[in-house]
Design a protein around this ligand. Sequence first.
Ligand SMILES: Cc1ncc(COP(=O)(O)O)c(C=O)c1O
Length: 392
Amino acid sequence: MPFKKITERSKDINPFHVMDILAQAKQLEQQGQDIIHMEVGEPDFDTPQPIIDAGIAALKSGKTHYTPALGLPDLREKIAAWYQTHYQVNISPNRIVITPGASGALLLVMGALLERDKKVLLADPGYPCNRNFARFVEGKAQSIAVDANSNFQLTAEHINQNWDEDTAMALVASPSNPTGTVLSADEIMSLSQAVNAKQGHLVVDEIYHGLTYDGIDTPTALSIDQNAFVINSFSKFFGMTGWRLGWLVVPEQYESVMDRLAQNLFLAAPTMAQYAALSAFDANTLAILEQRRQQFEQRRNSLFPALQALGLTLSASPQGAFYIYANCSGLLNETQPDSMALSKHWLQQAGVAVTPGNDFGHYQAEQYIRFAYTTNEQRLLEAVQRIQTLGL
Ligand SMILES: Cc1ncc(COP(=O)(O)O)c(C=O)c1O
């Protein structure tokens, strides 16, 4: 059959570059080579057992039908209670929208707030799908180059310098993907003041909340700005990537637009996952998650100096998520002139899979590599050893 026309917007949406790496890694594995996976952006731990048990019980008792579009009332209440106990912030359950992952929340936010040809300000490097969501709703992503000077985060100065009459919103993530850096309460406050002064929307992606280290506990943007749109998910901290469940907190007056959009775009988030997530905030689940958080912290503590010893340049230790974004320019040469070539070299010659910077934007992308510490400490150190043995 001849290939029929597809939309311009879908042509503009590219696959991740890491897919190339993944495909090669699979091929090598099929040939019997042992690959250490540090490219994967999801916890290696399975979903905690109490959540799995609750999911199974829900299925067995026939919880297989649609829920309301905004989500199960009980789950919305549990999340509101979590904001109260964990962050001491009072959020009405009415403001909480249950979504198919943070991805569903991003689609709702962009769909509701970004008019055709209007702009969203984003950090480069940043989570790659954000600009594609903007494109999908016919808006524009304006990427702003960030580096170690601002801890790889947008600042109020970035907002003030880049905002114009076509800008509608700014989207930040804390902790961030790919850098793992965190915004302090003061930094969120100045971002909020800058965006509000422009009558714009501040969207804060808090998907890596819970995964923070060095004794810091990230504040939710809701404790600073009740008008912020906050995105979160059960994927990362709660270890539920495959269940496809997240949430969005909106200011009260946006509840009805989100309800209409959710009804039409996906009817509701997966029912089984919502029932399972009712157990996510139980004390026994939280105890398991805390143990895992400590393991991530231990992995980061070992990997960080090991990467430095390899000759990678690392800025301040990332305080969240499970990523280290490392400058590899000291390791580049004529045969491996950029991070993509170096990543492929490491994969082919050392069996170590990592993600090159060009998946996260353009700014200095060819000099950066993202290491995900989503495999155990011994394997992480073995990966470093293999690269070391390879030499330059
Ligand atoms: C910053 C960020 N936001 C959103 C997502 C989407 O996650 P999910 O749809 O699984 O909740 C991811 C996934 O890697 C992410 O890193």
